[in-house]
Design a protein around this ligand. Structure first.
Ligand SMILES: [Zn+2]
Length: 232
């Protein structure tokens, strides 16, 4: 089992990260549960939503609120905000090129997990997730980590998409156009109040690394990677 994660997150006592493709197609919840159970996660306490490339956040602040999410039909949303985190509860998202954005404070008391495709990035989802945490507690020292996603080496776009990003995210090589989602997410997070040095954007390209990742852009198959966040 390979999980891409950030040591700073684990040091707080939270667990989380993104599984490599070797753990299977995480579109299947049974596959998610098998992988998470190996880590000691209470899989019946992992929250899911229906991902729609929106800027909708779901905020959870108590076990009762989490139970209510479990009891209700899946909601449309793209980010979980735990303010505060609840012991024995967590959330999962699936991606195959989109950016899993992890946010947490230095004490592991507050956290968020967002599914940011390029549309979510354009809508400012990462910024909104950070703002939601800082609204709950303005003194939080937030950390951010971006999980494996399509990097600028492979994220070729047309002019219509490029036009929706600030110029410094757009790379033009010969007659091709590429977008660097890391630059824009980092800008949004710093705008929200996350210190630049606390934002990590490791270069794992889902599209370029077929050995380790699924990629919609590369394969056009409905295989997904799992990202999760959990407080033991
Ligand atoms: Zn690439």
């Amino acid at each position: 089992m390979t999980i891409y994660t950030d040591k700073r997150l684990l040091r707080t006592g939270l667990i989380g990260g993104t599984f490599s493709r070797h753990s299977g197609n995480m579109r299947e919840v049974a596959c998610q549960n098998a992988a998470l159970a190996e880590l000691g996660v209470q899989t019946e306490h992992i929250l899911h939503f229906h991902q729609t490339h929106s800027d909708t956040l779901l905020s959870i602040s108590s076990a009762q609120a989490a139970q209510a999410v479990l009891a209700a039909p899946l909601q449309d949303a793209d980010a979980w905000v735990f303010s505060p985190c609840i012991s024995g509860w967590g959330a999962a998202i699936v991606t195959a090129d989109c950016v899993p954005v992890f946010l947490w404070d230095d004490t592991g008391s507050y956290a968020a997990l967002a599914h940011c495709g390029w549309r979510g990035v354009v809508k400012g989802l990462a910024q909104k997730a950070a703002q939601a945490l800082l609204t709950q507690n303005p003194h939080l020292r937030l950390n951010a980590w971006l999980g494996p996603h399509i990097q600028a080496c492979c994220f070729e776009v047309q002019e219509d998409v490029a036009a929706q990003f600030p110029a410094n995210c757009v790379l033009r090589k010969k007659d091709k156009i590429y977008v660097d989602l890391n630059i824009e997410i980092k800008r949004q997070l710093t705008q929200a109040g996350v210190a630049a040095e606390k934002i990590q954007t490791p270069y794992y390209c889902t599209c370029g690394d077929k050995e380790n990742f699924f990629s919609w852009r590369r394969d056009h198959e409905k295989n997904m990677l799992l990202s999760f966040l959990y407080k033991p």
